[in-house]
Design a protein around this ligand. Sequence first.
Ligand SMILES: [Zn+2]
Ligand SMILES: [Zn+2]
Length: 294
Amino acid sequence: MFDFAKGSIKFIRGGKYPFCHSVLVDDRNRAVIDASSDKDKLEQFKDLGPVNYLITSHAHEDHLAFNYLFPQSKFCVHPFDAPHFENVESLIDSYGDMPQEEREKWRGFLENDCHYTPRRADLLLKDGMVMDLGEVKMEVIHTPGHTKGHCAFHFIEQKILFTADLDLTKAGPYYGDRTSDIEQTIRSLERLKTFEVEIYLTAHGKGILEGDPEHIDRYLEVIFLREEKLIDLLSKGPKTLDQIVQEGIIYGNKSPIGPWDLTISERMMILKHLSCLESRNRVEQEGDVYVLRN
Ligand SMILES: [Zn+2]
Ligand SMILES: [Zn+2]
């Protein structure tokens, strides 16, 4: 039933978007982290005994699809992301500005495909907090950047780190939400590198990796490469935001995934890169064009 197990820690690979991989803890206290993988397997786990904690790494549509299977569990989330679980409009707001029609599309998708069900947090996650699940002591690591309340989870004795959506895939990190932040993403990843573990579990992609910080370095490299490509483009002359977005530096020319229009994410993420470069005085906005400074 499990794709990975070490002691009471189990791992279920999910499908593709809008699903993710789940981490389960089958200990004196039982827990599910990111209940958005495989409905049947999650139900089987639930049938084996009460699930005390339903823990979520962050508020995104692909991490909540089967939360509704665990109404009795204590729902745990970081306070920065908690409001997005209480109200679907708050979650849609977190994605950034979008026309009404686009919001409708998201609302329908969240409620019908992702089974979004409003839920209040029972326990707020905090950086450094250790949850005593029995043999398993799980440390919460607040790793903002992807979302403001994104958390990773460190299984201290078992030497396992669940990095959630800092997912170490080739595609690289996502930081396209309203409160996403590139500098914070970099700091969070640098911090994850300091944990000496044997296994990295992630919420997407392969999901199970050797605990080698080089995986994190390669992932960080994607951010620096995106910036280099942007600088390279601007070195050829000033460009408008539309012209930059058309280059597809981040996502190429991929078609939408569900309601997720990648050109909107491309635009949001390029804007974050531009403001990073502006804060370092590498780029200046003149009218509607961005100009590279030396
Ligand atoms: Zn996410
Ligand atoms: Zn995700």
